[in-house]
Write a protein that binds this ligand. Structure first.
Ligand code: GUN
Length: 331
């Protein structure tokens, strides 16, 4: 598309909240069905160390989102002075607690606590942030069970808007473990050609200008200028900063209107989708630990003359004599 026709582009501003709401409705119905079957709802536990106001507000949003879909939620608000050992001990207790399906330790952590040690302490089966090396490794290998929430939210927005990814050039600015790295892997798995950019990248503007899909995840207010955007590109703005009391993204949003094909705003954009994917991961973690019983059980085997045979010693036997249903948690 030429520069002159770029002015005529009708930019679609993504309504991340509307998309989030429809996905939350679906999850609410899933939980209703779980509870109707006599099992307890999935449970998310969030841990915050310190009293960063932004983090407090994020975790309140997570609790509200759980309540909205009928998931159970718990939070631990620990003082800034909490030692790494105390935090790891709490994580160990949560790992062992069968009533906890998802564990999220809010970032950033105080300087004296290693985020890597925390990520490694969380049971990979309850790791709804997908930062444990096992989950990260599985993502790289293409067989992830849990994937970090913001990258999942970005992919859901792109899919919902029908943005073609196969063969597209995707440029990701920012190489964080929580967004940049996983989103680049997901895009690559969808057959995009991905360029990772960071603080040492040369001629960032030119690279961005060649992007069909641009993901900005650095937290640098309005860093991406309108003329960095290829006309018609899909622009996913993940960065959120506060400037003069206003939420601002990594992209110069106002200037990008009329240039981008679609763009996420800093409010009601990727944020609600991140929380929605946290709920999705909590449901996934629950389903992995407590698979839904198959509603159509296999027909019972015909009675055999060798009824005394111990099925437990016969590995080829298609139906054990005492077929225990998959254990589900009680309501
Ligand atoms: N702080 C900001 N975003 C996130 C997130 O996705 N997960 C965690 N644990 N902390 C955050």
């Amino acid at each position: 598309m030429s520069e002159t026709s770029a002015a005529k582009i009708e930019t679609v501003v993504v309504d991340g909240l509307a998309l989030a709401e429809s996905l939350r409705d679906e999850m609410a119905r899933e939980i209703e069905a779980i509870v109707a079957s006599g099992r307890r709802p999935p449970q998310l536990t969030v841990v915050l160390v310190g009293d960063d106001p932004a983090s407090r507000s994020y975790i309140k949003g997570k609790q509200r989102a759980c309540a909205r879909i009928g998931a159970a939620a718990a939070e631990y608000l620990l003082p800034e002075s909490t030692s790494q050992k105390e935090l790891l001990d709490l994580i160990e207790r949560l790992n062992r607690d069968d009533g906890v399906d998802g564990i999220l330790v809010q970032l950033p952590l105080p300087k004296h606590i290693s985020p890597e040690a925390v990520a490694e302490a969380i049971d990979p089966a309850k790791d709804v942030d997908a930062l444990h090396p096992l989950n990260f490794g599985r993502l790289l290998l293409g067989n992830a069970k849990l994937v970090s929430c913001t990258p999942l939210g970005v992919l859901a927005v792109l899919d919902r808007h029908g943005v073609p990814l196969a063969g597209a050039h995707a440029v990701v600015i920012g190489r964080s473990n929580i967004v940049g790295k996983p989103v680049s892997i997901l895009l690559q798995q969808r057959n995009a050609t991905v360029t990772m950019c960071h603080s040492k990248t040369r001629d960032l503007a030119a690279l961005c200008r060649s992007a069909d899909v641009l993901v900005a995840a650095v937290g640098s207010p309005r860093m991406v200028k309108a003329d960095w955007i290829k006309p018609g590109a899909a622009v996913m703005d993940v960065g959120v900063s506060e400037v003069d009391g206003k939420l601002v993204g990594d992209v110069d949003f106002d200037a990008a209107i009329g240039r981008a094909g679609i763009i996420t705003p800093s409010r009601r954009g990727i944020g609600p989708m991140t929380i929605t994917m946290l709920l999705r991961n909590t449901l996934t973690a629950y389903a992995l630990r407590f698979p839904t019983p198959d509603p159509t059980p296999e027909p019972a085997p015909e009675s055999s003359s060798d009824a005394s045979r111990d099925a437990s010693t016969d590995r080829k036997s298609s139906a054990p004599t005492t077929a225990a249903p998959p254990a589900g948690p009680k309501a």
